[in-house]
Design a protein around this ligand. Structure first.
Ligand code: ADP
Ligand code: MG
Length: 642
């Protein structure tokens, strides 16, 4: 067998040697055991499923949250003559059918899907009879509540792997503490001895953590850039607007710099990435959106203009430096003011207990089968959309609800010729059917809107037929068609004994998550002010024990760092009158009905409710943004304002 895998490595991938950990993982899989691979980014995790996919009979299903990366991998497989494909929302129905046909007749070796794909019943049914020899899960740390990027969809994945009778599972991640790895192994039923971890420590990276006051930060950055040798550089910032501001300043100072963040158009982002890949001294000022697909070996400098939000994020971001093993510098500016911005991201995610009570009340007073628009629900109950999805998934995992295939409740079309011309191209019952569809649609300004469900009932056919007809007209250039208003279906499986108790449990869980996230940020600050080797402490966080000081971190090079403690400004008691005035309006009290939501408002944290009530424009919104959330909440409770 050893020969087999060595031969395949050379024949299909053109590599002479396995990299650290790859052989061990692949051997576990070839012996039929599930395995985990914890290798740093860029170390070659993908090969651990790509190679077995070729040698095993049956299909390798790869679950990856990043659609852009899936596409890159599928293209790379195609160049190596390996039959791989991906299912994503960009596929037309025909393309989807074609992929599934190749899955069923065994032509396809690998299929890439996003975790959400499993919410689709049609996909689940279609894949059920297929022999899945390997179920590979990228970013597997998302399964862990202790991880920095928990996604409840991942908890459902473990169940799907079992339902599909996958012969073995491969869980892949770049960052996992021992607790997270344990969750991954338990969740996916991986024996601890089949979890392979490669070294974290990298001798070529100098890690600096430098205290700085807000007002001095830009000058410090410019000074650093002036003093150093040139080289490919990433500067990480927290906010999109900071990325643009800093890039502008650098350009003004004569540097070859570009901003990069998720708010930019995909083609602009791709252009910047290409420019960076091809340049040996380009500087990208980016939010954490940059880096996922960047496989550049000679990145010489990674700066953190703002504090990284966790040690996991930090280690992934610095891990992009010096992949060519040449000396590289990673320097994080530690500015205490950043703390509130980062903390407020976390606090903004925890709904109030009242919001959760409202939510469970809405959900459990529906018919047994119901559908909801998650954005409407989010807005109605003042719970952020992503948080709401998490809560819904918990209700599924706990057996209260079962999710079904999401559907579009609102199709919109714009005729590209007159209805008479369109109808003229059809005959008999087809013409009548289309005329029926036109009759059911409602014109709003430019687009016609149509509810396929309602139309199907009116025309006594099924929903599919209505949608197919619209798509047909779209394909023939008679219509421009788009789908909107996605709704999620649920079936209620049981009713909780006590709705408020359930809401209380959900709230406790969200509070626990909030505490854990705040702790992560504190861990970064603790590392910065640590009075011993920082690299060893960071390695220890990821379970690697090192005894000798590294000699290339701030502490080893410069000794312990001192951070000026900035006292937060006090709260002006005059604010009480202003808040009372704010709350004298019925509409405002509806949104700010609880110390937590009022704290959010004063700290400048948006929520669906605050945005809907246009309260972000109020002059008190964000008036206490420089004061820690907890301090503001204590003050509100003390004043008994709400
Ligand atoms: P990861 O998923 O761990 O971040 P990838 O799987 O994307 O890393 O691999 C990073 C790069 O390393 C890819 O360009 C891949 O082709 C290359 N690579 C992987 N394994 C080997 C190997 N054994 N020899 C040489 N290059 C390899
Ligand atoms: Mg990868």
């Amino acid at each position: 067998m050893t020969n087999d895998i060595d031969g395949a490595l050379k024949d299909y991938f053109g590599f002479d040697h396995f990299r650290g950990g790859q052989r061990e993982v692949i051997e576990h899989l070839m012996e039929g055991h599930s395995a985990a691979a914890v290798f740093p980014t860029g170390a070659g995790k993908s090969l651990c499923y790509q190679l077995p996919a070729l040698l095993k009979s049956g299909l390798t299903l790869v679950v990856s949250p990043l659609i852009a990366l899936m596409k890159d991998q599928v293209d790379a497989m195609a160049r190596r003559n390996i039959a791989a494909s991906q299912l994503d929302s960009s596929l037309s129905l025909d393309e989807y059918r074609d992929v599934m046909a190749r899955v069923r007749n065994g032509q396809l070796r690998m299929l890439y899907v996003a975790p959400e794909r499993f919410n689709n019943e049609r996909f689940r049914a279609a894949i059920k009879g297929v022999e899945i020899s390997l179920f590979a899960v990228d970013e597997a740390h998302c399964i862990s509540e202790w991880g920095h990027n928990f996604r409840p969809d991942y908890l459902k994945l473990a169940g799907f792997a079992r339902d599909l009778n996958a012969k073995c599972v491969l869980a892949l991640t770049a960052t996992a503490t021992s607790k997270v790895l344990e969750d991954v192994c338990v969740g996916f039923e991986i024996a601890p001895e089949c979890a392979v971890r490669t070294g974290f420590y990298r001798s070529n990276l100098t890690l600096l953590m430098t205290p700085v006051a807000v007002g001095d930060r830009d000058d410090l950055l410019l000074a650093k850039l002036r003093e150093r040798a040139t080289g490919s550089t990433i500067i990480y910032v927290t906010l999109q607007k900071t990325a643009q501001e800093i890039a502008d300043r650098l350009i003004e100072a004569g540097y070859s710099a570009r901003a990069y963040h998720a708010g930019m158009k995909p083609d602009v982002r791709a252009g910047i990435q290409d420019w960076f890949m091809g340049s040996s001294e380009g500087i990208v000022v980016a939010t954490i959106a940059f880096g996922m697909g960047v496989d550049k070996a000679d990145i010489r400098f990674v700066y953190h203009y703002n504090i990284p939000k966790s040690l996991e994020n930090y280690s992934q971001e610095i891990g992009r430096a010096g992949r060519d093993d040449q000396p590289s510098i990673c320097e994080a500016f530690i500015c205490h003011d950043d703390r509130f911005v980062l903390e407020n991201f976390v606090y903004g995610d925890t709904p109030t207990l009242n919001a959760l009570r409202g939510l469970v009340n809405t959900l459990f007073t529906q018919e047994e089968r119901f559908d909801v628009n998650l954005y409407e629900l989010s807005s109605a109950h003042d719970i952020r959309a992503l948080v709401l999805r998490t809560l819904m998934t918990y209700l599924e995992l706990e057996g209260y609800l079962r999710g079904g295939t999401p559907f579009y409740a609102d199709y919109q079309f714009k005729p590209l010729m007159s209805s008479r011309e369109i109808l003229g191209q059809f005959e008999g019952s087809q013409t009548d059917f289309l005329a029926g569809i036109f009759k059911q649609s409602v014109k709003k300004r430019i687009w016609f809107h149509i509810d396929p469900e309602k139309t199907a009932r009116a025309l006594d056919c099924d929903r599919e037929k209505v949608i197919k007809s619209l798509d047909y007209l779209g394909d023939r250039q008679m219509f421009e068609v788009k789908a909107a208003g996605i709704r999620h279906r649920y079936q209620r499986l049981k009713i909780p004994d006590d709705l408020y108790e359930l809401a209380g449990q959900m709230f406790a869980r969200m509070e626990k998550r909030e505490d854990a996230e705040i702790t992560r940020l504190v861990q970064v600050l603790d590392l910065a002010s640590l009075d011993s080797c920082q690299i060893n402490a960071l390695a220890a966080h990821f379970t690697e024990t090192r005894s000798e000081p590294c000699g290339h971190c701030s502490h080893c090079l410069l000794g312990p760092q001192h951070f000026p403690k900035e006292e937060p400004p006090a709260i002006d008691e005059g604010l009480v009158a202003g808040v009372q005035d704010l709350l004298s309006s019925e509409q405002n009290t509806q949104v700010l009905n609880d110390p937590r939501s009022l704290t959010r408002f004063l700290c400048g944290i948006t929520s669906p409710g605050i945005s809907r009530a246009r309260l972000t424009r109020h002059n008190l919104f964000g008036s206490l943004s420089r004061i820690p959330f907890k301090q503001v909440r204590d003050w509100i409770e003390l004043q008994k304002i709400v």
